[in-house]
Ligand binder design. Structure first.
Ligand code: ARG
Length: 468
C-alpha cells in the first residue's frame, strides 16, 4: 500500500502508519448529528475566508472561489445531494473535503489559521443564537395566548388552592397571569443567555491562537457577534453558554410541566374545570369513554429528559482540563435534543392555550363549597375591632358548624352566624360572596378582576416593546 492509501483521513492522516480501525472511525465520528450545523459551519468559514483575504493571507481570486464553492455546497446539502462520510468524521471536514473536490487546491487553504476547535465552538454559538431567537418568539406567542384567555376569564371565579386544598377564591384570569409571569422570567433568562453567548471564539485556533496576522474583530463582526472572546484557551473549551441554555430550558419545561399538571387535574371528571378541545387529546384503545389530555401529559413527561440533558452537560464539563478535549463532542446531542424538545413543547402549548375554555359553573361551585371565604369573614371581624387571632378562632368554629350542618358560610343565616360573634351584622353577606371576596383583593398583584385586566394591559405593552 502507498502511504496515501493507508490514510483513513486525508485531513490529518499524515503521521499515521495504519488506517483507523473501522469501528473506531464510526465510534469517534460526529457527522451523524453535527451535520445539523452545516449552515453555521459555512457561514463561519465564509467569515474566516473574508478575514484571511482582508489581512492578505488569501488572494481575491482565492476568496471568490472559496465563497462560491461554499455557497454551492450549501445548495447541494439543501437539495439532499451530499453524501456524508464517516471517514471524514464531522461536518467541518466533510465540508472542507467537498470544497477541495469542487475548487481544487485553493480549498485546502481555507483551514489556514484556524482549528476545528475554534470552528466548532463558533458553529454551536451561531446555531444556539438562531434557536434562541426562534424559542423567544414561541415564548412570546404562548404568552400572547395566555393574555387573550386571561382577559376573557378575568371575571371567572375558581377556587385557589394551597396544599391542593381549597384556600380562597381567585379569578381564572389571575391564575393564567401567574403562568404568564413564569414565562416572563423564562424570556428574560433566555435573552440573558443569548447576550452572553454572542461572542466569537474564531481565531483561538487549536488553543493558543495563531501566527497569522488575523483580525478577530472583523470575523466577529461578519458573523454579527458583539466581538471576539478574550482568551484563546477559554474560547475553545468553554461550553457555559450551552449549560446556561439548558438550565433556562429546564426552567421553561418545569413551568410547562406545572401547567400541564393543572390542566390534567382540571380536565379530570373530579375537577371538570375546563374544556380541552379534542384535537389536543387522544382516546383509549380499550375504554370507549376516554378522552385523555395527552399533550399536557407528554410535555410534563418531556421535562424529565431536558433536566437530564442539563445534568449531562454539567457532568461532561466538570473535570475537563483546559483546553479542548474530545469529550466536548458529547455536548451536541443533549443540546440538540433540548432545543427540539423545548421547541416542540412550546409549539404545542402556544397552539393549545388559546383553545382552552372554562366551565365557569363548575369552578364557581367548587369555590363555593370549600369555605373559601373564611379568611374574608376573619378580616371582617378584624375591621369590626377584633384581634386577628381571635377572629381566626371564631371563624374556625363557624366552619366546624358548617361542616356539621352541611352549610357553607354564605348559606348560614345572620342568627346562625351571630352565635359565633355578636359583632356580625347584615353587611357580612357582602364579604361572604365570592364576588365580594375577589373584588376586595384589589391591589397590585391581587386577584380582583380589575387588577387582572390592568395586569393584562401592562403585559400587552411589554410584549409589544419586544418586537421593536
Ligand atoms: N467533531 C468535533 C467536536 O464536535 C470537532 C472538533 C474536533 N477537534 C479535534 N481536535 N479532534 O467537538
Amino acid at each position: 500500500m502507498s502511504s496515501d492509501e493507508q490514510k483513513t483521513n486525508q485531513q490529518w492522516g499524515g503521521r499515521f502508519n495504519e488506517p483507523t480501525d473501522a469501528f473506531v472511525a464510526r465510534f469517534t465520528a460526529s457527522i451523524d448529528f453535527d451535520k445539523r450545523l452545516y449552515a453555521q459551519d459555512i457561514r463561519g468559514s465564509q467569515a474566516h475566508a473574508r478575514m484571511l483575504n482582508k489581512v492578505g493571507v488569501l488572494s481575491q481570486e482565492e476568496l471568490t472561489a472559496i465563497l462560491e464553492g461554499l455557497d454551492q455546497i450549501r445548495d447541494e446539502i439543501e437539495r439532499g445531494e451530499i453524501e456524508w462520510s464517516v471517514e471524514l468524521e464531522d461536518i467541518h471536514m466533510n465540508i472542507e473535503a467537498r470544497l477541495t473536490d469542487r475548487i481544487g487546491i485553493t480549498g485546502k487553504k481555507l483551514h489556514t489559521g484556524r482549528s476545528r476547535n475554534d470552528q466548532v465552538a463558533t458553529d454551536i454559538r451561531l446555531y444556539l443564537r438562531d434557536e434562541i431567537d426562534f424559542i423567544l418568539s414561541e415564548v412570546t406567542r404562548l404568552q400572547q395566548g395566555l393574555l387573550d384567555v386571561a382577559e376573557r376569564e378575568a371575571d371567572t371565579i375558581m377556587p385557589g388552592f394551597t396544599h391542593l386544598q381549597t384556600a380562597q377564591p381567585v379569578t381564572f384570569g389571575h391564575h393564567l397571569m401567574a403562568w404568564f409571569e413564569m414565562l416572563q422570567r423564562d424570556f428574560s433568562r433566555l435573552s440573558d443567555c443569548r447576550k452572553r453567548l454572542n461572542q466569537s471564539p474564531l481565531g483561538a485556533a487549536a488553543l493558543a491562537g495563531t501566527t497569522y496576522p488575523i483580525d478577530r474583530s472583523y470575523s466577529a463582526q461578519l458573523m454579527d457577534f458583539d466581538g471576539p472572546t478574550a482568551n484563546s484557551l477559554d474560547s475553545v473549551s468553554d461550553r457555559d453558554f450551552a449549560i446556561e441554555f439548558c438550565a433556562a430550558a429546564s426552567l421553561v419545561m418545569t413551568h410547562l410541566s406545572r401547567m400541564s399538571e393543572e390542566l390534567v387535574l382540571w380536565t379530570s371528571a373530579q375537577f371538570d374545570f375546563i374544556n380541552l378541545p379534542d384535537r389536543f387529546c387522544t382516546g383509549s384503545s380499550i375504554m370507549p369513554q376516554k378522552k385523555n389530555p395527552d399533550v399536557p401529559e407528554l410535555v410534563r413527561g418531556k421535562s424529565g429528559r431536558v433536566n437530564g440533558h442539563l445534568i449531562s452537560l454539567l457532568t461532561l464539563m466538570k473535570s475537563q482540563p483546559l483546553a479542548y478535549n474530545k469529550d466536548n463532542q458529547e455536548d451536541k446531542e443533549p443540546l440538540f435534543d433540548t432545543v427540539d424538545t423545548l421547541k416542540g413543547s412550546l409549539r404545542a402549548y402556544a397552539d393549545m392555550i388559546p383553545a382552552i375554555t372554562s366551565k365557569a359553573d363548575n369552578m364557581r361551585e367548587a369555590a363555593r363549597r370549600g369555605f373559601s371565604t373564611a379568611t374574608d369573614l376573619a378580616d371582617y371581624l378584624v375591621r369590626k375591632g377584633m384581634p386577628f387571632r381571635d377572629a381566626h378562632e371564631v371563624v374556625g368554629k363557624a366552619v366546624a358548624f358548617g361542616i356539621d350542618q352541611n352549610l357553607d358560610l354564605s348559606d348560614m343565616s345572620l342568627d346562625q352566624l351571630q352565635q359565633f360573634s355578636a359583632t356580625i351584622a347584615n353587611d357580612v353577606f357582602d364579604v361572604l360572596t365570592l364576588e365580594g371576596s375577589v373584588n376586595a383583593r384589589n391591589h397590585i398583584g391581587g386577584t380582583a378582576p380589575d387588577q387582572v385586566r390592568s395586569a393584562v394591559t401592562t403585559a400587552r405593552s411589554h410584549l409589544s416593546q419586544r418586537s421593536e
